[in-house]
Structures are given as C-alpha cells and as structure tokens.
Design a protein around this ligand. Structure first.
Ligand code: MZP
Length: 503
C-alpha cells in the first residue's frame, strides 16, 4: 500500500524567522557569505567555494557567457546550459575562461606587413586596442613588437603603411619570461609604468599577455569566483545521455564545476555518470546532481554516486508545470527541511559535509533568506537572473513595459528532452515547462546588491556571521493566512499601491 508522509508539503512563504540575540560584533560588515560547493571532511576546507551563495540556473534563457562572467565577478557561479551541442557549450565555457585571466592568450595578433587599415579592422572586431605583432601573425608566433592606439593617428597617418612602421619594437618593450608569477608580472608593470606585459617563452615566442587593468579590476571585485589560474570560474550542466562526449570537452574548455541536470535525479543514471567522471578526473572537478526532495534520494546520491553537492527541488520552478503534468514534486520548504536534516545526520555519522543547493521557486528576497536559514548552502535561480540585463534573451516591449523572454527547459522551445527522459528516448511527448516573460530589473550587480544587503541584515538579526551559523541558529515559525496579511501594510493608504496605483 502506498505510504503517505505524515506532513503537508509546505513552501517558504509559510514561514518567518524569529530573531536571536544580536551581539555587538553582529554587524553587516563582519558577515561572510562564503559557502562550500564541494563536499569536505570536518575540519578541512571545501575544494570549491563561493563568496556569495548564488548560482544561476542551467537554462537557455538564463546562463550564457555574459551571465557567467557577471555573476562570477560578484562571487557566484552560473551553470552554462547543456541543451545545446557539445561544441556550442564548450565554446561558451571557453569564452568565459578567456574573458579575463592573469595570463591572457592574445586574441589580437598581426604580421608586421599588415596595414594600419587591417589593424583598425581587427580593433573593431575584437574591441581591443592592444595588438601583438608576431612573425606569422599568430598568438604563438615570434614576438616582434606591440601596437596600441597611442602609436598611430587614425585620421592623419597613411593607413596603407605596414604596422611595423608604427609598432613599439621588441627592444623597447618590457617583457616577462614564461613561468613568471602573476604577482611579479604585475610588479614589472608597476615598476615600468606600463599597461601591458607580453610574456615570451625561451624561443622568443608569445606565450600570453598580462594587463594592468585586470589587476585593478580584480581589486575592485574582491569577491570574484576565480580558478587557480585567476580565470573566471564557471559551471557547466551535463546530462546522463551524452556525458562521455560532453564532459571531456567541457573539462578541456575549463569548466570548474559540473552539475547533472535532471528534473528527477534519484536515478542509477546519475550514479553511473558520476562514477564515470570520477574515475577519469578524480577530485579535479566538483560534481553536483539532483534534483531530489527527500532523504533517501539524498543518501543515494551521496553514498552511491559520491556527489559533491546535491540540488533540492522538484516542481517549484516559476516556469515549471511538472506537478500539474505528472503529479510529482514536493513543497520546496518541506523538501529542503527533510534533505537538510538528512545531510546533518550524514555529517554527524561520517564527518563529511555535503552542501545543498535549493533550486527553483524562490519568488523574492525573503524566500532566499528562508531557504538559507532552512539549510541550503546556496540557491539556484532562473527567474531572478532571467530578469537581468546579462541574461541572453532580447528585451521586448509589452504594454509599454520592458520584458525579457524566459522559458523552461521542459518547454517545447528548449527541446531539452535529456533533462526529462531518463530512458534514452529522444523528444518530448508533453511539456513540463512554459514559455513566459519576466520584467527587466537591472544588472546582475544591481539586483544582487539589494538582495545581499537584506541577507546580511537578516543574519545579524539572527545573531550570525556565517551562513552555517545562520541556519544553525535559525528558529522559524509557521504563519497563518491572517499573519501573512498582517506582514504587509495594513490600515493605511499606501502611496504607491493605493494612491498612485503602481504594481
Ligand atoms: P525559478 O528560479 O525560475 O523559480 O526556477 C528555476 C529552476 O526551475 C531551474 O534551476 C530548474 O531546476 C527548474 N526548471 C527549469 N526548467 C523547468 C521546466 O521547464 C524547470 N519545467 O522546472
């Protein structure tokens, strides 16, 4: 006979936090939002952590290279979607890795006999004003000199003359040797008051470039998610169908974290894929998976599949109709509480901490705060990021307001049958997601600034300086419909809502 869980499925909006003692050191400036992403043993550090507890969903309408760069610069991580060809996804990962690095592979290279016109065309194409002149015009050719827009006068000089007439030649360029540390490279730039340092190998061939602006940029974004080579960190989603081709390409392109992307992740398919990856790549890449909504599924993915983190949530996504279509899912708060309890028990038993990601259904900042209080180490969001300028979809005007398209991976538009069919059958017989629009709200940085301020403030109210402390200290109360109403404005005319008729 079917087993009925003796509890109603609940969602985040049904709970409120009860403040704990705020001590004098509980100041927002002392709060750390750093969270682990990869499992770790008690007393040791996670192999991969984030400085803010946010990741962007692996969805076509959310996580392209622009989102990955913008979010990683704020301390989070985006998962480039896998509902595209292996080549396209790997190219997106490579684009993120190339965005900014301590040691950049030069993308603007010319032969010495190229004309100034060709240099201007290249500048227009790449947007980069610094060009390297090598014997063969390739990124690893013999270094001859460097050309910047200070070396020529576009409207006065003869554009048919070769760049060799204008470039600063090798003897006059400050150079670094392959193997130099990034710190020393930056110190050379400082000492010689230069903007760009070409790094050459022992044979005088170009290896890479180091830019002063990258150093300054890094200081302005101290939370950035970076890899060991100081490149932007990026996640990539994978499925259980073509991982044997997809994973090697993604790792080659530089993916730092992989995540098995499935609507229901309690499967032997996830276990087999995780083993295959671990056998070949060991712990060099963090592997997450899911989604799950109860304790047995968590245990399975942690013990049998050995995953680094587990995603929680089925059917709660803003564009998701899985619950309506198949009757599968669980209220997100109940799911998270059940899995977090199991995670904590597993930690007690084994000393191994497995981070949890609450995925989907976070309708506002308050719900993000409740999710973190209930034990999520980090949250994955689609709608929240789809609304920002960095999501990959175009702006459209509807009724005088600006929107962006946002569609589910289970919609016909996404054609992501691999996320939904574990049996290998291709194509969607029915949709589990919808095609929608969301309002445009600003840049990733702008929306995060507000949300993160609220999280820090709530953590101080709860007498906590870390996310782990926050969830350990959390005391929550369920709320009645009446107290929910009481939580909004009451018995007053709101200037915005009632007088001006906004919202
Ligand atoms: P949300 O942040 O928009 O509420 O939810 C995003 C999450 O919904 C994704 O991370 C993914 O787990 C889930 N998702 C994506 N597509 C669908 C669908 O088409 C879906 N059903 O449920």
């Amino acid at each position: 006979m079917a087993r009925i869980i003796d509890e109603i499925s609940r969602t985040f909006s049904e709970y409120l936090l009860i403040p704990r003692l705020t001590r004098t050191n509980h100041h927002v400036s002392n709060v750390s939002l750093r969270v682990p992403v990869a499992r770790f043993k008690r007393g040791s550090e996670s192999r991969f952590s984030l400085n803010i507890p946010f990741v962007a969903a692996s969805m076509q309408s959310v996580s392209g290279p622009d989102m990955a760069i913008a979010l990683a610069r704020e301390g989070g991580l985006a998962f480039i979607y896998c509902s595209q060809s292996v080549e396209e996804q790997a190219a997106m990962v490579a684009k993120v890795k190339a965005y900014k690095a301590g040691f950049v592979v030069s993308d603007s290279n010319l032969r010495p006999d190229a004309t100034l016109t060709e240099a201007l065309e290249l500048r227009k194409c790449t947007g980069h004003s610094t060009m390297v002149i090598t014997d063969n015009g390739c990124k690893d050719g013999v270094f001859l000199g460097i050309l910047t827009d200070k070396d020529y006068w576009e409207f006065d000089d003869d554009l048919n003359r070769p760049v060799s007439d204008f470039m600063t030649t090798k003897e006059n360029v400050v150079l670094g040797r392959e193997g130099i540390s990034l710190y020393n490279a930056n110190m050379l730039l400082r000492e010689h008051k230069k903007e760009c340092l070409p790094i050459l190998d022992d044979n005088g061939r170009l290896h890479s470039l180091v830019f002063k602006k990258d150093y300054v940029d890094h200081l302005n974004n101290p939370n950035e998610s970076l890899d060991a080579k100081k490149r932007i960190a990026v996640g990539a989603a994978i499925n259980t169908h073509d991982y044997k081709e997809r994973v090697p390409a993604l790792i080659e392109a530089g993916a730092d974290v992989l995540c098995l992307d499935a609507s229901d992740g309690y499967s032997e398919f996830q276990r087999d894929a995780a083993h295959w990856i671990r056998d070949r790549y060991g712990d060099s890449v963090a592997i997450g998976g899911g989604n799950v909504v109860e304790s047995d599924a968590f245990r399975y993915l942690v013990e049998e599949a050995g995953l680094d983190f587990v995603k929680v949530g089925i059917g709660g996504g803003s564009i998701c109709i899985t619950r309506e279509q198949k009757g599968i899912g669980r209220g997100q708060a109940s799911a998270l509480l059940a899995v977090a309890k199991e995670r904590d028990e597993y930690f007690e038993e084994t000393g191994i901490y497995v981070p949890l990601c609450s995925d989907g259904g976070l309708a506002n900042d308050t719900q993000i705060i409740i999710a973190l209080a209930m034990g999520a180490d980090f949250v994955m969001m689609g709608r929240y990021f789809a609304m920002t300028s960095e999501s990959p979809t175009p702006r459209v005007s509807i009724g005088g307001r600006i929107y962006k398209p946002y569609w589910g991976e289970g919609s016909n538009r996404a054609r992501n049958w691999q996320r939904y069919n574990s049996d290998g059958e291709s194509g969607l017989k029915f949709e589990e997601g919808v095609d929608a629009y969301v309002p445009v709200v600003g840049s990733v940085k702008e929306v995060l600034d507000v949300t993160l301020s609220k999280i820090r403030a709530a953590m101080c109210n709860m007498g906590s300086l870390t996310i782990r402390e926050f969830s350990n200290n959390a005391v929550l109360t369920r709320i009645s419909e009446q107290s929910f109403i009481e939580g909004g404005t009451s018995n007053v005319l709101s200037l915005d809502k009632d007088v001006l008729g906004k919202f």
